[in-house]
Design a protein around this ligand. Structure first.
Ligand code: TRP
Length: 451
C-alpha cells in the first residue's frame, strides 16, 4: 500500500524549508564568481530584474502545480492535464536533478575539506600560487574528494530517511537561522576592511558596456539556479503544503530571502578580495583559492575561514536535500516505493554521479565532452539548458493549459488582504503567460545563435 503523502508542520517551517532549498552554494559560491566573471554591477541589476519578473512568477507557477496536483514533478503535469506530451515534461526535471546531485555534492565536499583545512590552519601557504596549488592538489587526487563526496551524500541520506517533517523541516529550522547569524557577522567584518568601498562599487555600480548575450543568459541561469527553479523542486515541496499555505506570500519570502543572501555574500566577499589585491574574475575557484588566501592575511583569519566554510556547508546541505526530494518523490509516486526504499535507491544513484564528478578533476580529467569535463558539463547543461527549458514549459503549462480560475484560486488561497493580493495575482498570471516564457525563449535563442 502507498504511504500517506507527507505534509510540512508549520508555516514558518515551510518558509525555512523552501528558503533552505533556495539559499545554497548558488548564493555563496556561484553568485559571487558569476558577478566577478561577468563584470559586476550590470550583472547584478539584470539578475534582480530576472528574479522578480521571471523568477517570482515561476515560483508561483511551481507552487500551483505541486499544491493542486499533490504530486511530485513527473506526475504533476499529467494529473492536471492528461496528455502524452505534458506527462513526459517532468522527465527533463528528473534528469536535471540527477545531474545537479552530481556536481553539487562535489562542491559541497570541497567545503568539508576546507572546514578541516581551516581548523588545521593554512600554515606554510602565502602566495596565490600556494593556494592555487593546494586546491589543485585536493581536487587532482582521487581519494579525498571521493571520500568527502560519499560522506556528504550519506549525511544527506540519513536526514532524508527521517522524512519530510521530522527530517527535512527539523534540520532546516535549525540550520537556516544559524546560517543567517553567521552571514551577518561575516558581512559586518568585511565592511570594516579598507577595500570595502572598492568592493561595494564593483558589486553595485553597473557598467553596461559589459553586457553581452552570454552575460544575459548567465544572469537568467543564475536566477533559476539560485531560486531552485525549472526542475520541479518547488513543485515537489509544494505538494507537501497544507491547503491553507499562502503561495504568493511564501514565494515573495523566498525571492527576498534568497536575493538578500546572495547580495550579502557579495558584500562579504568583494571587500575582502579587493582589500588583499585579488582577482574578482577567478571563476569557480574564487571562494576556494582566493578567500583562503584572504583569510590567511586577516587577523583571526582561521576563525573566519572556519565560519565561512561551515556557512557554505550548511547552505549546501539544505539545498541538496531539496534536489534529492525531487527524485525521491518521483520514485515514491511513480513506482510506489516506500520512503526508505526510495531514499536508498536515490543514495546509490547519486553516489555514482557524485563519484564520477569528483573524479572529473583527477582520474577522468582527460574525458571531455564538447570540451567540458563531466563536472562542467553537468553544471552547464542543467543550469543553462534544462532549467530554463523546464521553467519555460512550466510557465506555459500553468499560464495557458491550466484554467485561469484554478490559477487564481490557488494564488489567493490562505490570504486575508484580498485587495492587494488580487492585484498581485493578476500581475503574476500575466507574467506567467507572457513575460516568463517569452523572456526565457529570447535569452535561450540568443545564446544558441551566438554559440
Ligand atoms: N538553489 C540552490 C542554490 O542556490 C540549488 C538548488 C537546490 C537547486 N535545489 C534546486 C537548483 C533545484 C535548481 C533546482 O544553491
Amino acid at each position: 500500500m502507498k504511504e500517506k503523502r507527507s505534509q510540512f508542520g508549520t508555516k514558518l517551517g515551510v518558509i525555512m524549508v523552501t528558503a533552505g532549498s533556495a539559499v545554497g552554494l548558488g548564493n555563496i559560491w556561484r553568485f559571487p564568481y558569476e558577478v566577478g566573471a561577468n563584470g559586476g554591477g550590470a550583472f547584478v541589476l539584470l539578475y534582480l530584474i530576472f528574479v522578480f519578473f521571471v523568477g517570482l512568477p515561476v515560483i508561483c507557477g511551481e507552487f500551483i502545480l505541486g499544491k493542486r496536483s499533490r504530486s511530485g514533478v513527473r506526475g504533476a503535469f499529467e494529473k492536471l492535464h492528461k496528455s502524452r506530451f505534458w506527462g513526459s515534461v517532468g522527465y527533463i526535471s528528473i534528469l536535471a536533478a540527477v545531474l545537479i546531485m552530481g556536481f553539487y555534492s562535489v562542491v559541497a565536499s570541497w567545503t568539508m575539506e576546507y572546514i578541516v583545512q581551516s581548523v588545521e590552519g593554512f600554515s606554510g601557504l602565502s602566495s596565490p600560487e600556494d593556494f592555487h596549488d593546494r586546491f589543485e592538489l585536493l581536487t587532482a587526487t582521487p581519494v579525498r574528494p571521493v571520500v568527502w563526496t560519499s560522506l556528504f551524500l550519506l549525511l544527506n541520506y540519513l536526514i532524508l530517511i527521517r522524512g519530510v517533517e521530522k527530517g527535512i523541516e527539523k534540520v532546516s529550522n535549525l540550520m537556516m537561522p544559524l546560517l543567517f547569524i553567521l552571514l551577518i557577522a561575516f558581512s559586518v567584518n568585511s565592511l570594516l576592511l579598507p577595500g570595502a568601498g572598492e568592493g561595494l562599487r564593483f558589486l553595485f555600480h553597473p557598467d553596461f558596456s559589459k553586457l553581452t548575450g552570454e552575460v544575459v543568459l548567465r544572469a537568467l541561469g543564475q536566477a533559476f539556479f539560485s531560486l531552485s527553479l525549472g526542475m520541479g523542486c518547488l513543485v515537489t515541496y509544494s505538494s507537501y503544503f497544507k491547503p491553507e499555505t499562502p503561495l504568493m506570500r511564501t514565494g515573495i519570502s523566498i525571492a527576498v530571502l534568497d536575493t538578500f543572501v546572495a547580495v550579502m555574500a557579495g558584500v562579504m566577499i568583494f571587500p575582502a578580495v579587493f582589500t588583499y589585491g585579488q582577482e574578482p574574475a577567478a571563476g569557480p575557484r574564487l571562494v576556494f583559492e582566493v578567500l583562503p588566501m584572504v583569510f590567511s592575511n586577516m587577523p583571526s583569519g582561521s576563525i573566519w575561514s572556519l565560519v565561512f566554510f561551515v556557512l557554505l556547508f550548511l547552505a549546501a546541505l539544505t539545498s541538496i536535500i531539496s534536489v534529492s526530494e525531487i527524485i525521491i518523490a518521483y520514485l515514491m509516486d511513480d513506482f510506489g516505493m516506500s520512503r526508505f526504499k526510495a531514499c536508498t535507491v536515490h543514495f546509490v544513484i547519486s553516489l555514482v554521479f557524485g563519484v564520477v564528478c569528483a573524479l572529473s578533476f583527477s582520474s577522468l580529467s582527460d574525458f571531455k565532452i564538447f570540451g567540458f569535463n563531466v563536472f562542467d558539463l553537468f553544471d552547464y547543461v542543467s543550469s543553462n539548458i534544462l532549467m530554463p527549458l523546464g521553467g519555460m514549459l512550466l510557465s506555459i503549462f500553468v499560464g495557458w493549459v491550466i484554467k485561469r480560475s484554478v490559477v487564481k484560486e490557488e494564488l489567493l488561497a490562505g490570504t486575508s488582504k484580498r485587495g492587494v493580493y488580487r492585484v498581485l495575482a493578476t500581475v503574476m498570471g500575466f507574467c506567467l503567460r507572457y513575460v516568463a516564457p517569452v523572456a526565457i525563449a529570447i535569452v535561450m535563442l540568443n545564446c544558441l545563435k551566438g554559440s
